[in-house]
Design a protein around this ligand. Structure first.
Ligand SMILES: NC(=O)c1ccc[n+]([C@@H]2O[C@H](COP(=O)([O-])OP(=O)(O)OC[C@H]3O[C@@H](n4cnc5c(N)ncnc54)[C@H](OP(=O)(O)O)[C@@H]3O)[C@@H](O)[C@H]2O)c1
Length: 245
């Protein structure tokens, strides 16, 4: 993969893993377009990395997706990394507990957004010499934990979507590689104040980009490789380890 000939689009590039992906893509020589949701997150990102084209996108919202598509260059993007996401910790035995997102909003950001953006992007990507679409899911797409049921379901949904899409794209003979990156717990705003043994966003981004360059269909980041190994030996044990997290 020639990074110098790559124009990458990274959703949710303003913070966390996305910001690291943007930074490391630039360091590898790629041209980068990235997104954020608010004027303030975009202004901060623009100050930090002015060489990136920063665009507003709320991927849960269809009119925002349409405006975003109009702002994107008509051609040239050859790598799309669907990174943006949210996670709601929610105890369903306490339905009265206040939460920031309801079920449909969390699914809209994490699943509907990437799926619908993919639908809008595919005609452009199919005209490129070659292209890649990377879905950032999670080790939780392999086995859920108890504390964020909708998040785990949304990541499993994206994983399933990516598998079907890969088959369709291959059947169509399009030169688009569909890849999935499965990070473990990463130290970002999303996991602030909870969880042990987190890897840094820089490590996660580096492993994702190495997997992207190698053309891996599924990129196990950090301890996700161990989880997959345990799930292969004993699905029940793997699920038991994860559900308590
Ligand atoms: N952290 C982990 O432990 C972990 C583990 C496995 C997988 N992941 C996945 O990795 C990805 C990045 O996670 P992270 O931890 O880096 O998250 P993060 O630090 O919370 O950053 C989230 C990013 O998504 C953007 N975003 C939020 N809502 C959006 C929306 N409605 N439309 C478009 N963009 C939106 C944010 O933009 P603003 O800055 O404008 O708000 C921000 O750039 C997510 O898909 C997450 O599920 C994370």
């Amino acid at each position: 993969m020639n990074w110098h000939e790559t124009h990458a689009l990274v959703t949710g590039g303003t913070r966390g893993i996305g910001l690291e992906l943007v930074t490391q893509l630039l360091a590898r020589g790629a041209k980068v377009t990235a997104t954020g949701t608010t004027d303030s997150s975009l202004a901060e990102a623009r100050d930090r990395l002015p060489q990136v084209t920063w665009l507003p996108l709320n991927q849960a919202d269809s009119s925002s997706r349409e405006s975003f598509m109009q702002a994107l260059p008509a051609q040239g993007i050859s790598l799309v990394i669907h990174n943006a996401g949210v996670q709601q910790m929610r105890d369903w035995t306490k339905p009265q507990a206040e939460v920031a997102f309801d079920t449909s909003s969390e699914m809209a950001v994490n699943f509907v957004g990437p799926a619908e953006l993919t639908r809008l992007l595919l005609p452009r990507l199919s005209r490129e010499k070659s292209a890649r679409i990377v879905f950032v899911t999670s080790g939780l797409a392999l086995a859920p934990k108890s504390s964020s049921p909708v998040y785990c379901a949304s990541k499993a949904a994206v994983r399933s979507f990516a598998k079907s899409l890969r088959a369709q794209v291959n059947q169509a003979g399009w030169r688009i590689l569909i890849q999935e990156a499965l990070p473990p717990l990463v130290d970002t705003d999303m996991t602030r104040g909870r969880g042990k043994g987190k890897i840094s966003a820089a490590t996660a981004a580096s492993q994702i980009l190495t997997g992207v360059a190698k053309g891996r269909a599924e990129i196990d980041v950090g301890a996700t490789a161990l989880l997959r190994f345990i799930l292969r030996l004993s699905p029940a044990l793997g699920e038991r380890i994860m559900i308590g997290r």
